[in-house]
Design a protein around this ligand. Structure first.
Ligand code: HEC
Ligand code: HEC
Length: 412
């Protein structure tokens, strides 16, 4: 079964085949990309979000963004590249019709955390031999293993490039800051995140683990940080209620954090909700003890009292925040650096599920990046031209990173 109404496999003598319009519908993707746990928890909602989206309204299906030439950009089927969808042994390629090609990579935020010997391909003999002892392998095994690793690395690199492309087609940031201010003044820096995805919320799917957040740093003329939000704790986690260091009181809670992650929330014994990483109560300071599960949480996935607190950005919506920054009594150029970052899994989750050794493989992808400068003068100078009132606010949206460069930050 395939998307074409005029299959030729019977004519060229392979197997019987038929066209199916179901395969080209969003409903087909929706059979798997809406996940409800047996307890009724709406775990993933890509399909239902799409059904209520601007994309659905104008007839853009999942395939247009996820199977076209540019991940995340809707390309109608009649604008896709033409080519032959298959090569069939002993059949003249001219007999295989030219088709509009679909990309089957299904690039998404996820990537393999396995070594390059394991994924996407592995050879049959590798299941019977300890191939880590390269010297002890036969020449044939050494040769095929080297070829496999090279091919796997190439495939993973192509998949990563598509992943970065998809993510960069999700959202943009805009920064509004005063161009001038007085030393010692309290200013506001406005950061807005706008979804450019008409298809569903950002993030979507496995939203409880996806982190899409704003990292802002303001530095004084000497390069010292005078304000930051969205920076990472010593474990590489955000400074939110899931951070060990925040929980232990070692570093302050990031009260201005703008993070679009949807968090798992469980009912506590005193009737309130609390955000949790896993469905078991393993917080260092269980002030609010979680209500015990009434069923077998292991088989139902989550206890009955679980829900997802939605924080994601709806399609094409804008959400932002004004960061209050107290300037010190020092004149000069202050630099503002703002990034929209995305991470598919937080380090604390890997700790909780016993895979801490994989934390170094987590990467934060830079979706968008802006920089701005505030000229800070002594108060008298500032008052002369009174430039620091709100009328002087202006958009400073020079893109400082080239959109084609793969900007990836690894965990420090
Ligand atoms: C207008 C383009 C567009 C359409 C239409 C669209 N998507 Fe997406 N999709 C994106 C972009 C951009 C991302 C990356 C940002 C994100 O994760 O939200 C994405 C991410 C995803 C992810 C990764 C989620 C995760 O777990 O992190 C899934 C799964 C997905 N889409 C499924 C679908 C399905 C199913 C449909 C149709 C019901 C659909 N998409 C329609 C653009 C689109
Ligand atoms: C038979 C079930 C099934 C169907 C049908 C299906 N998917 Fe998926 N899809 C999955 C599973 C399972 C994953 C892997 C989950 C993961 O990576 O978190 C996945 C992964 C993805 C991803 C990557 C997500 C990530 O986290 O990186 C995208 C994008 C995606 N699917 C889009 C689609 C689209 C578009 C369609 C329809 C053309 C579709 N899927 C149809 C089950 C399905």
């Amino acid at each position: 079964m395939g998307p074409f109404d005029d299959p030729v496999s019977t004519a060229i003598g392979t197997h019987s085949s038929a066209g199916s319009s179901y395969l080209t519908s969003s409903a087909f993707c929706g059979t798997c990309h809406d996940v409800t746990s047996p307890t009724g928890l709406r775990l993933e909602e890509a399909f239902s979000e799409w059904q209520n989206s601007p994309a659905a309204e104008c007839g853009q299906n999942c395939q247009s963004c996820h199977m076209g030439p540019v991940p995340g950009v809707p390309v109608p089927i009649d604008q896709r590249p033409l080519g032959r969808a298959a090569t069939v042994p002993d059949v003249d390629p001219q007999r295989i019709p030219l088709r509009r090609l679909s990309d089957h990579t299904f690039a998404g935020p996820d990537y393999s955390l396995l070594p390059d010997t394991e994924f996407p391909h592995k050879l049959d003999w590798m299941y019977e031999v300890d191939y880590r002892q390269f010297d002890q392998l036969t020449p044939y095994q050494q040769k095929t293993l080297t070829e496999l690793r090279r091919a796997n690395r190439t495939a993973l690199r192509i998949a990563s490039e598509k992943r970065y492309q998809l993510l960069r087609n999700a959202a943009r940031i805009a920064v509004q800051a005063p161009a001038w201010a007085d030393a010692g003044q309290a200013i506001g820096i406005r950061v807005d995140v706008t979804s450019i995805t008409a298809g569903h919320s950002f993030p979507t799917g496995f939203t409880a683990e996806r982190q899409a957040w704003v990292q802002i740093t303001v530095r004084d003329p000497h390069g010292r940080t005078i304000f930051q939000s969205g920076d990472l704790d010593p474990n590489g986690d955000l400074r939110d209620e899931h951070s060990y260091a925040v929980e232990k009181g070692k570093i302050p809670f990031d009260k201005y954090l703008l993070n679009f992650q949807n968090k798992f929330t469980a009912l506590t014994t005193i009737g309130t909700d609390r955000s949790v990483i896993l469905s078991v109560n393993r917080h260092l300071q269980p002030v609010n003890v979680l209500r015990p599960a009434t069923g077998v949480a292991a088989s139902y996935g989550r206890p009955a009292s679980f829900r997802l607190a939605k924080g994601s950005l709806p399609p094409l919506a804008t959400m932002g925040r004004t960061y209050p920054v107290q300037l010190p009594h020092l004149a000069g150029s202050y630099r503002i650096d703002v990034r929209l970052l995305f991470r598919h899994l937080p380090p604390v989750l890997l700790d909780r599920i016993g895979t801490s050794h994989l934390k170094h493989l987590l990467e934060s992808v830079v979706i968008d990046h802006r920089q701005a400068v505030i000229q800070v003068g002594q108060s008298a100078v500032g008052n002369l031209c009174s430039p620091s009132d709100s009328a002087a606010l202006r958009y400073l949206n020079q893109r400082s990173s080239s959109p084609s460069a793969a900007t990836v930050e690894t965990k420090p």
